[in-house]
Design a binder for this molecule. Structure first.
Ligand code: ATP
Ligand code: MG
Length: 155
């Protein structure tokens, strides 16, 4: 039998363990087209809990920092312009296996390849204007979360 202290310690360990949080943004096209509610509804219905949220706008420079991993790609200039073209909603989401499960929920980068039932299938307009961002690893989820939110804004 576990005593209470051990149970609490194990529960907290699981709660804090990497792997239960991911970062997302509702991108400018989806915000402009009034899909914040629809997208957030799909996210919550899939079992994610919103633990941080903010409507904000990236400068072109900040958008470039966020997607710095793509700086050698031909689409980087367009991506910076697009991601700074309007407001975005940044969120941190919590769920077991958050990063992988959220990538499944958003679907393929190119909506033409996104499966039925995914957010991008329903809301993305093009390969670039693809409605939502989702972190691709636990490490990037943490970096991206801290890019948008102070620790006191993460619940
Ligand atoms: P995100 O990082 O936004 O969740 P992703 O991980 O599915 O998207 P990435 O390869 O990281 O895809 O590309 C980042 C973003 O850059 C894409 O979501 C899309 O908006 C844009 N993008 C990717 N490839 C292209 C391309 N070939 N042409 C134009 N834009 C692109
Ligand atoms: Mg990516």
């Amino acid at each position: 039998m576990l005593n209470l202290a051990t149970f609490v310690a194990l529960t907290n360990f699981k709660f804090n363990m990497s792997g239960n949080r991911t970062f997302t943004m509702v991108k400018p096209d989806a915000v402009a087209d009034r899909h914040i509610g629809g997208i957030t509804q799909m996210i919550e219905a899939a079992g994610f809990r919103v633990v941080a949220a903010k409507l904000t706008k990236l400068s072109e420079e900040r958008a470039g920092q966020f997607y710095e991993v793509h700086k050698e790609r031909g689409f980087y200039g367009d991506l910076k312009a697009y991601m700074s073209s309007g407001a975005v909603v940044a969120m941190i989401l919590e769920k077991e296996n958050a990063v992988a499960d959220f990538r499944k929920l958003i679907g393929a980068t190119n909506p033409a390849n996104a499966e039925e039932g995914t957010i991008r299938k329903k809301y993305a307009k093009s390969l670039e204007a693809n409605a939502v961002h989702g972190s691709d690893s636990d490490e990037n989820a943490e970096i991206e979360s801290n890019f948008f939110f102070s620790k006191t804004e993460q619940f």
